[in-house]
Ligand binder design. Structure first.
Ligand code: SAM
Length: 222
């Protein structure tokens, strides 16, 4: 089966099986992948000898991973953290066999666990997250953001996406408890963006359309 069809099939199956953590029917589009991977490329003024460490959280079938891989410098290291065992098996297969990923396979490590359990502090220069935060409880989102803060190096970039207007639309058709959860997420994510966002991009051609947020979680403002 051609690669994109196999990826879509697996994604759809996992959406049905584990809706809560998969969070989308389709993998991210190429435009969304490019927007998310924007700050993976080293800035032109950065010292070329520096080994940079990049973390992708929730790579799924690898739709964003291919865009990250294209932007890695020759010595950069890529870590992927994914909790779904079927996606992990799929990623291992892609890294071993696919032309776009095989060149970075030796510099890529897959961690099969939730990001909250990934050990380390200040390890990563860039974190790119594909997590469906709007599906999660307020406590889980706080714990995931706490892990990303701990893992990100001072001055590092944290990029994530969310579907446009998804919280207000869900709130309109939800019961009280769900509306309360959505208000809690609005509060946490709104505060995070107000303090740390330095750039955002709307990707209107994605299904559904999405915002990509880029943040700097500088030590002084964490
Ligand atoms: C919306 S999908 C995004 C997949 C891919 N990045 C894309 O954009 O097509 C969310 C992914 O996050 C993974 N995931 C959910 N919660 C996670 C967690 N706490 N730690 C690591 N991965 C998680 C899911 O298994 C799924 O692969």
């Amino acid at each position: 089966m051609p690669r994109p069809l196999a990826d879509y099939g697996l994604f759809l199956r996992e959406f049905r099986r584990t809706f809560h953590t998969t969070g989308a029917i389709l993998p991210s589009s190429a435009r969304l992948g490019r927007a998310l991977a924007r700050y993976v490329a080293a800035e032109p003024a950065a010292p070329t000898a520096k080994i940079r460490r990049i973390l992708e959280v929730g790579p799924g079938t690898g739709a964003v991973t291919t865009h990250i891989a294209q932007r890695l410098g020759p010595t950069d290291q890529l870590d992927l953290v994914e909790l779904n065992d079927r996606f992990v098996a799929h990623l291992r297969d892609r890294l071993a066999n696919e032309q776009r990923l095989a060149p970075v396979a030796a510099r890529t490590t897959i961690h099969h666990l939730p990001v909250q359990e990934l050990p380390g502090e200040g390890k990563y220069d860039v974190i790119v997250s594909g997590l469906p935060m709007n599906n999660f409880s307020v406590e889980l989102v706080e714990s995931i953001l706490g892990a990303c803060r701990r893992l990100l190096a001072p001055g590092g970039t944290f990029s994530y996406f969310e579907y446009i207007a998804v919280r207000p639309m869900r709130a309109m058709i939800s019961r009280q408890a769900e509306r309360q959860r959505l208000r809690g997420l609005d509060h946490i994510l709104g505060e995070l963006l107000a303090k740390h966002e330095f750039s955002r991009q709307a990707v209107l051609t994605n299904m559904p359309p999405a915002w990509v947020h880029h943040l700097r979680l500088d030590k002084a403002t964490r």
